[in-house]
Design a protein around this ligand. Structure first.
Ligand code: ASP
Length: 451
């Protein structure tokens, strides 16, 4: 929502979230009021019903599809696929406009361009450190609990769909030669970098810059309204996505790899319910409100398996319910959806050790450190779309000299794990954003602590 200058002549709302533009261009998204909060919680409840119904119906079809094959061909592969994909596409279509307007408006509304440098480094450093620590934790668990011991080697050959890009290519590829193409292709890193430059240019352009900023901020509000429209379809969308996933899950393969499967889930839970709350505490924030309010985001992440598709909802919750200022969220969350993947890093760490154990390879300390470094980079290079993390696992395996075919083993159980790790990925972005916002005095703690 927009605080019109006439509605808040003193600009208190803007000062509260730390964003105040030049006269006449004041914009901030206000925290939710009572009735929109009630509406949001009604909507979360309906989504929860969608999730429960999706899991229930999916399970029922999974056990009965042998006897009634049409359930699979007509209901799952046609109806659920259609509805689920349309909903996921609907969320994803918001991402490019959001990633274009939000960071540009966010950067342009910072009081001082130097703030961006300080903010940017803090966000990037926190993203990198949390990812590296997460991988170390995952490696420790996998080495101690040995999920790969006693598992048969894969007999299926695995060919990665695309060779993972090298480090240099990834770095040079961040700077676009054509922003319009980057937008059309949805290349998030290129778009974010371009928007930061554009935002800085707006700040430095005086009156013309202020006029454009006001329009960009208006557009950013309009796009957030689009998010609200698409979210109306969430209950039916998550139902279809989940029913299809669960109906097609191979429970027998999960049973064969049960130790690996449970270990990855356990490490994800540890990250979500222990590591992030500790981080928030260290950052001076009580984790309770964060855990409570993030539940809505988790539902979307779990059912779409896509950080990108969850981005619109994450921005909404972190700004309006957790009280971080748009100046921070608009930059930190799109960047996080692209480069910060704690859940993916956990999977890549555990999977590497698992594959090494299956192939009887003892990893040396140097190799383990290589895994930490490479998995951090691989997680950065992983796009926020379903199954992207498993493709990037090839990068880690190659670096430590493990057979890429090992991916075939873990691929069999990766769908459900992808849903769980996406929840952790988006939560990491939200936690770091709240912490940095708090450090910068850009977090409204009354909103954060509210019900
Ligand atoms: N699906 C994950 C995400 O969007 C990426 C992955 O496959 O690890 O965050």
């Amino acid at each position: 929502m927009t605080a019109r200058p006439d509605a808040d002549p003193g600009g208190r709302a803007a000062r509260r979230v730390g964003i105040i533009g030049p006269p006449g261009t004041l914009r901030t998204r206000e925290p939710m009021n009572h009735s929109s909060l009630a509406q949001a919680s009604r909507q979360t409840r309906s989504i929860l019903v969608g999730v429960a119904a999706g899991i229930g119906v999916g399970l029922a079809i999974n056990v009965s599809k042998g006897a009634l094959p049409w359930l699979d061909t007509v209901l799952v592969q046609m109806v659920f696929k259609l509805v689920g994909d349309v909903f996921r596409n609907g969320l994803s279509l918001l991402v490019v406009p959001l990633v274009f307007f939000s960071p540009t408006a966010g950067v342009a509304s910072l009081k001082d361009p130097a703030e961006l440098g300080r903010l940017g480094w803090k966000i990037i450093a926190l993203y990198m450190v949390t990812t590296a620590v997460t991988i170390a934790m995952a490696l420790f668990l996998a080495i101690t609990l040995e999920p790969g011991v006693g598992v048969d080697q894969a007999t299926v050959a695995y060919t990665p769909p695309n060779a993972p890009p090298g480090l240099l290519t990834t770095l040079t590829g961040m700077v676009t030669t054509n922003p319009v193409r980057s937008l059309a292709e949805g290349n998030m890193l290129q778009v974010i970098l371009f928007c930061i430059l554009l935002g800085l240019a707006l700040v430095m352009s005086g009156e013309p810059g202020r006029r454009v900023t006001a329009r960009v901020q208006d557009w950013s509000e309009v796009v957030m309204r689009l998010v609200t429209i698409v979210m109306c379809f969430a209950p039916i969308g998550v139902f279809a996505l989940l029913a299809r996933e669960i109906a097609t899950l191979g429970f027998d393969t999960i049973l064969k790899l049960i130790k690996y499967f449970l270990l990855v889930l356990f490490a994800q839970a540890l990250q979500l319910f222990v590591a992030f709350p500790i981080m928030l505490r260290l950052g001076g924030l009580p984790p309770g409100p964060w855990l409570r309010k993030m539940r809505e985001v988790w539902l979307y992440a779990f059912s779409t398996s896509s950080s990108n598709a969850t981005l619109p909802v994450n921005i909404r919750v972190v700004e309006q319910r957790l009280g971080a200022s748009p100046g921070v969220t608009a930059f930190a969350l799109p960047l996080g959806a692209t480069v910060n993947m704690n859940g993916t890093a956990i999977m890549q760490g555990v999977a590497t050790v698992f594959i090494a154990q299956v192939y009887g390879v003892e990893l040396t300390l140097v190799q383990l450190l290589t895994v930490v470094g490479m998995a951090t980079l691989a997680a950065i290079g992983t796009a926020g779309v379903p199954s992207a993390g498993i493709v990037m696992l090839a990068l880690v395996l190659t670096q430590v000299g493990l057979p890429i075919e090992g991916i075939a083993l873990v691929l069999a159980v990766d769908r459900l794990l992808d849903m769980a790790r996406t929840v952790v990925n988006v939560s990491g972005d939200a936690a770091v954003t709240c912490i940095v916002a708090k450090m910068e005095g850009e977090l409204d703690e009354t909103v954060y602590r509210s019900r």
